[in-house]
Ligand binder design. Structure first.
Ligand code: ARG
Length: 296
């Protein structure tokens, strides 16, 4: 090709970067047919500002097509009229080994989504667990190797962390978010290598935005993930961390140019997908993607 590489494409992979291996993923997405911003439940949302549903649909379709082109499976849940945030399927549940924990939204505006998601899981062969405590699914729970990182501070309450530990029988590490722009954990942490390594050794790694966390949480992250990519405030502010990864391809916003270069240096392959219209609702790539682990 004759097009010159962008600046970040020229950043070299470090010679000591490990080989990255792409893993197969199965995702749940929801077409943003009813997308709009009619209420304000996070600082990104401005109901007075017009939204363009056709543009949201086109951008969403690009993300869908990109996953499929790279060999991933994408399931769809029908959008429900009057539930404009349903496109953010990461908040529909948390799924490991064929078991789906439903959600109980903190925000009343989204409580209508709880039943449709649980019904979808049940109809697709998942064992559904109805939650007792308030939590917003994979928006605040991230599986890193064998550990669940759990966010609190804005949406999911601390007691839900105990519940998720009971439901999945795994170690849960609580982290506190302190910046209202980064109100879900998946806006401040990106899971890069979600699967535990050979011999059960947890080789999983993450990228994160240090300024989104309180001091105690920052210390925990430093200790557990000494190799993590620390992302700049500028890249965090364009939702750079709200990304999905298959272990090799990392799906990120094209605006997160510093993060893009950091990923390349580590041997990952950044895939740029622009969801600017969906950012008007306070969501990005990861928010539109729920991982379905286990069961066919
Ligand atoms: N408008 C939605 C809300 O505030 C956006 C959700 C974004 N989802 C996420 N997983 N961070 O609930």
């Amino acid at each position: 090709m004759s097009t010159p590489p962008s600046l970040s494409e020229r950043s070299e992979t470090r010679p000591d970067a490990p080989a990255r291996i792409q893993q197969h993923r199965r995702y749940l997405m929801c077409r943003p047919e009813h997308f709009t911003v009619s209420y304000r439940i996070n600082p990104w949302m401005e109901p007075a500002k017009p939204t363009d549903t056709a543009k949201a649909l086109a951008q969403w379709q690009t993300l869908y097509d990109t996953y499929v082109a790279l060999g991933h499976e994408v399931e769809l849940i029908d959008p429900v009229p009057g539930l404009p945030d349903m496109v953010y399927t990461a908040n529909g549940g948390f799924v490991i080994d064929g078991r789906a924990l439903g959600v109980r939204f903190r925000v009343d505006e989204r409580r209508g989504e709880e039943r449709p998601f649980m019904d979808w899981f049940a109809a697709h062969g998942f064992e559904v667990v109805e939650p007792v405590e308030v939590q917003e699914g994979e928006g605040d729970f991230l599986l890193v190797g064998d550990t669940i990182l759990a966010g609190t501070g804005f949406r999911s309450v601390g007691d839900s962390h105990r519940e998720v530990a009971d439901v999945f029988g795994r170690e849960v590490v609580s982290l506190r978010l302190i910046d209202p722009r980064f109100y879900h954990l998946d806006t401040a942490i990106s899971v890069l290598d979600p699967v535990a390594g050979p011999g059960g050794v947890d080789r999983a790694n993450i990228a994160y935005l240090p300024s989104a966390f309180d001091e105690a949480s920052r210390r925990i992250l430093q200790e557990r993930y000494p190799d993590a990519i620390l992302v700049s405030d500028a890249d965090g502010a364009v939702f750079g961390l709200n990304s999905a990864s298959d272990g090799y391809n990392v799906f990120i916003s094209p605006r997160a140019t510093g993060f893009e270069a950091q990923l390349r240096e580590r041997g990952y392959h950044p895939v740029l997908v622009d969801l600017s219209e969906l950012l008007l609702g306070g969501g990005g790539i990861k928010c539109c993607t729920l991982e379905l682990r286990g069961t066919r």
